[in-house]
Design a binder for this molecule. Structure first.
Ligand code: ASP
Length: 352
């Protein structure tokens, strides 16, 4: 029996047309162009069905409610198809890939996000390769997780970041090697894949939450931090220097943080660096944050940390439980230093 892939088409450059104010999604265009791609109808390819969303969007317009709708769409078709492709704009693709990883609890089939930097209608498009390979992977490889396929690499969704605004190799997974690389063969690193879940597929409820992100910079005023952390703020991803450090010679800054965490604001530290993670015990400047009630986000990307925080806050868990789970590996999104010394990460790191 031919395998079947469900394609959720949400928008993005891949199906855009140029108008007077720049590129914008063009309803109907992508399906028409796909029908004319011979590779997609090759006998070795799975059958596919494109579900074009009623409101196609530039992914800069995506919000948490949209992630939830995509998750529900996949859950509704989970039994009927062998795999899923989500066609999406590249701008916030890593956020959606991360959010879907958390929302789709108990996922047993591949969900592959892809898109392109140049529309499928253009001669030098990168869409054709991304599309054909994403459909092939979704229909033929047992990867029970949310992934992002772009520029020859299959990345874990909740480890991916957009690193290039213009190049075809636009995404990276700075703290985990690719799950697969694509050349003559599709070479999957099975050791890295998440195990099959033992619970049935379940999509968590959506509740809007007030969260923020703050990248530290020299001279940041304590008053600004205090204002930012006022209600209704429920959680903050703080991007510290290096292994997550912050000034420990600025008492009003640390007081603003400590007051907020005492009120129940969840503050999670991550590093501003592209690679590596937080070790709050390494420096006195990190220990100050820990004493103020900040918890470690280890080596999570900003995309994984923010979407995980949204997901946990939506479940209305007690604050301590949210803090505990932000530090726990839920979907392969973080690795923690080993107990001995904390210099080596548990998961194999990418050597560049
Ligand atoms: N602005 C576009 C989007 O994210 C960019 C792209 O798809 O490459 O929808």
């Amino acid at each position: 029996m031919k395998r079947r892939v469900y394609i959720a088409y949400t928008g993005g450059t891949i199906g855009m047309r140029k108008g007077s104010d720049g590129w914008h999604p063009a309803p109907g265009l992508l399906k028409e162009l796909m029908a004319a791609i011979a590779e997609l109808h090759h006998p070795t390819m799975p059958d596919y069905e494109v579900h074009e969303y009623q409101q196609l969007v530039d992914s800069a317009n995506m919000c948490p409610k949209d992630w939830w709708h995509i998750a529900l769409d996949i859950a509704a078709h989970h039994e009927a198809y062998d795999g899923f492709v989500v066609l999406h704009g590249t701008d916030t693709m890593a956020f959606t890939a991360s959010a879907l990883s958390f929302l789709l609890e108990g996922l047993r089939k591949p969900v592959i996000l892809t898109g392109s930097q140049i529309p499928l209608s253009e001669p030098r498009t990168d869409a054709r390769e991304n599309l054909v390979t994403a459909i092939q992977i979704a229909g033929s490889i047992e990867v029970p997780e949310v992934c992002l396929y772009f520029g020859d690499k299959l990345l874990r969704g909740c480890r991916s970041v957009k690193v290039d605004a213009e190049g075809f190799d636009a995404f990276a997974s700075p703290n985990l090697p690719p799950l697969a690389t694509v050349g003559v063969e599709i070479d999957v690193d099975r050791e890295l894949l998440c195990p099959l879940p033992d619970s049935p597929l379940h999509v968590a409820l959506h509740h809007p939450a007030s969260i923020g992100t703050l990248r530290l910079f020299p001279g940041l005023s304590a008053a600004l931090v205090r204002n930012l952390l006022q209600p209704p703020m429920q959680g903050l991803i703080l991007e510290g220097y290096g292994v997550g450090n912050a000034p420990n010679n600025d008492a009003p800054f640390l007081e603003a943080i400590a007051e907020a965490t005492a009120r129940g604001v969840v503050i999670v530290d991550r590093t501003q660096c592209l690679r590596g993670g937080v070790k709050l015990g390494d420096y006195a400047t990190g220990a100050g944050l820990a004493r103020a009630g900040v918890v470690s986000g280890y080596d999570m990307t900003l995309e994984a940390a923010t979407t995980k925080l949204y997901w946990l806050l939506a479940q209305k868990l007690p604050t301590d439980e949210v803090r505990r789970r932000m530090q726990r590996d839920e979907r392969g999104e973080l690795s923690r230093p080993t107990e001995q010394g904390g210099r080596r990460w548990r998961l194999r790191k990418m050597v560049v």
